[in-house]
Design a protein around this ligand. Sequence first.
Ligand SMILES: *[C@@H]1O[C@H](CO)[C@@H](O)[C@H](O)[C@H]1NC(C)=O
Ligand SMILES: *[C@@H]1O[C@H](CO)[C@@H](O)[C@H](O)[C@H]1NC(C)=O
Ligand SMILES: *[C@@H]1O[C@H](CO)[C@@H](O)[C@H](O)[C@H]1NC(C)=O
Length: 221
Amino acid sequence: MQRILAVIFFLVVFLQHQSQAQCNSTNCVEPACKCMNTSPPGAQLVFLAFDGAITVTNYSNYTFLLNNIINPNGCPSGMTFFVYHEYNDYTLTHSLYFKRNEISTHSMSHSTPSSDWAYKSVSEWTDEIGGIQEALAKFANIPKAEIWGARAPFLQSSGDDTFTAMKNLGMYYDCSFPTTENTNPPIWPYTLDQGFQHECTIPPCPKDKYPGIWTVPMMAV
Ligand SMILES: *[C@@H]1O[C@H](CO)[C@@H](O)[C@H](O)[C@H]1NC(C)=O
Ligand SMILES: *[C@@H]1O[C@H](CO)[C@@H](O)[C@H](O)[C@H]1NC(C)=O
Ligand SMILES: *[C@@H]1O[C@H](CO)[C@@H](O)[C@H](O)[C@H]1NC(C)=O
């Protein structure tokens, strides 16, 4: 069974303002750093993201979306696939990459029970995220440096241990932390230079600072 999470941000045009006491334009300069902010920088950002194995059964559904969703400016759309290893078809994964989709990590094992993921160590997370990154690089022939996103299995991270592994692996962003409090407008993606800033819906959430690593808060629809 594949889980589908479409992450949608409806964003209206607003002047950006800096409201965080501990994060401001002095200590956080774009594009390397971005404060958590509920006033979006004047755009609409929609992520179409799918979790799990890319299989023959589903492939035509993905290409159908790819061929039929066009951005308002006429440019073709892309999707993000958070891939795990079991049943994943690496040839089809390469095809989706070749068609300009983003291929990201969702762990090697995706093991159950889901609650176990809250207690995994840095080295276990390094094996899980780094393992699927290696597998995708090797078997789907995707440059390792382009596999830079992570989503925790069942959206259950272990907070700092997950982010420390991501940092060690050079990952660029996480997409595992939903928001239910900040939905109108939703939070724009931000970096963890000043730590995790929005409400923690699935604890544990990271407590340390991770300069340059983004989190993409999401609303499941
Ligand atoms: C930015 O934050 C730092 C640390 O909290 C503070 O010392 C500084 O005065 C702030 N700067 C502005 C422009 O608000
Ligand atoms: C992918 O296949 C699974 C199992 O057949 C199905 O439950 C799921 O809805 C499919 N996903 C899409 C996007 O069609
Ligand atoms: C997925 O593709 C299959 C085979 O083409 C089709 O029968 C099914 O309706 C599609 N599902 C969705 C959700 O588009």
